[in-house]
Each structure stands twice: as structure tokens, then as C-alpha cells.
Write a protein that binds this ligand. Structure first.
Ligand code: C5J
Length: 223
């Protein structure tokens, strides 16, 4: 049955729980805990940790409503054959992708750092999608996963707003999905980048998609 989130911006967002997926982007220890990749790039992880309770609330509500749940992880194979040199060598981080850090090798699939944070572990039956890029459609089976399950609308949460979340939302929008980003369930290391991303997503008549708060969505999802 179609539900309408009348308070979404820039106008009402309609979705059917039976054809909607929740995609939680990269809520991994490497981005949210000290000693990971985000910190190695010089970032303070504290603002990202502040959204954990809201993402958990969203996840529980989505599970209760029977949405398809997909968790993504930005990470690479241990042999790093899926990590271009341009990505590994970019900038001057204190630890590069593949280097040994306090949580194992940075952004490598089997390391502790690449794992989802304990507060947001996937349940059996939920999809955990490893992706080598910023966008979750690049070099993954996400298109097949969504098509097989009849998904038409996608609700997004996770980190970081202007990098992996925005890239994936734009990829999804181009593929014909209606996309809603939950404002208080996404975060950036840079507050101005988050604010700009939310604005550019919903500008020009929802050119990339819609935004709403978690409480606004839950009012409709729980109804
Ligand atoms: C970044 C991400 N910021 N998950 N990754 O490098 O947004």
C-alpha cells in the first residue's frame, strides 16, 4: 500500500514498503572510530558517532515494516586488486588504504576496521554489500539485488553525506529509483558539506531526490 510522507522536502514523497529498500551506507569502524581511515585523513569522528542512535532507530523501524535492508561497506580485497593506485596514493593520510592500523588493515574487507560498527550489525537475511568505490552501484551486484526484489524506492542513511551517500543516491536516481535521504541519519566530517548536499539533492524540484527527518519518516512507516 502506498504511503505518503507529506512533510518531505521539497514536496511529498510516496513509497510502498513492499517496493522500498533501506540502504545504510558505510557505517563502519574505519569511518566512525578513532584509528580508522576517517581519522587517518585528519578528521574528528565525533560528529559521525552522534547519528548512531538515529540510524539504529531507523533500522529497527525499517525491519519492523519489512523493508529490504542493505548495509554497504567501502572496502577492498586483501590483494587490493580492486583499489586503484590513484585512490591509495591520493593525499597525505597518516595511514593509507591497506596499511596496518590499530583495527587491522585500513579498509580491507576482512579487517576489524572494515566491519560494521557493533551498534548497527546486520541481521541474518540482510544484505551486506562490499563496494570498492564511493558509489554502491560501481563494481557491485546492487542493480541485480534491487531488481530481483522489485525495489522502486530507496531510503538512504549513513556516512559520509557528500561522498558515498551522495554518490550512491545520484547513481540510484539516474537508474530510476525515487530516493529519500534521512537528514539526521546521515553525517559528514564537514557540517557545511552536509548542509550543501541536502540542499542540492532537493533543489530544482527534487533533482536528485527528497529529504526528511527520521521522526517524519517513522510517523508514516509505523502508521
Ligand atoms: C569516504 C565514505 N568519505 N563512505 N567514504 O571516503 O563516504
Amino acid at each position: 500500500m502506498t504511503r505518503t510522507l507529506a512533510s518531505a522536502q521539497p514536496f511529498a514523497f510516496s513509497f510502498n514498503p513492499a517496493t522500498t529498500a533501506l540502504i545504510i551506507i558505510d557505517m563502519q569502524r574505519d569511518f566512525l572510530e578513532p584509528g580508522g581511515f576517517g581519522a587517518a585523513l585528519g578528521n574528528d569522528v565525533t560528529p559521525l558517532r552522534a547519528i548512531i542512535p538515529t540510524v539504529a532507530q531507523l533500522l529497527h523501524a525499517a525491519r519492523a515494516a519489512g523493508l529490504v535492508i542493505i548495509h554497504t561497506r567501502e572496502c577492498h580485497r586483501p590483494d587490493m586488486s580492486d583499489c586503484p593506485a590513484s585512490k591509495r596514493l591520493r593525499g597525505d593520510p597518516s595511514l593509507r588504504i591497506g596499511d596496518e592500523g590499530p583495527m587491522g588493515r585500513i579498509l580491507i574487507a576482512d579487517s576489524q576496521g572494515a566491519a560494521l560498527i557493533p551498534e548497527l550489525m546486520a541481521l541474518p537475511g540482510e544484505i551486506v554489500l562490499d563496494k570498492p568505490g564511493k558509489g554502491a552501484f560501481y563494481a557491485t551486484s546492487l542493480t541485480d539485488i534491487l531488481t530481483d526484489r522489485g525495489i522502486r524506492q530507496i531510503i538512504f542513511a549513513g556516512v559520509t553525506t557528500e561522498v558515498c551517500v551522495q554518490t550512491t543516491m545520484r547513481e540510484a536516481n539516474d537508474r530510476g529509483y525515487d530516493c529519500l535521504l534521512i537528514e539526521d541519519a546521515t553525517e559528514s566530517y564537514f557540517p557545511a558539506f552536509k548542509a550543501a548536499t541536502l540542499e542540492m539533492i532537493r533543489a530544482q524540484g527534487a533533482i536528485v531526490g527528497w529529504t526528511a527527518s527520521c521522526a517524519q519518516l517513522l510517523e508514516v512507516l509505523d502508521a
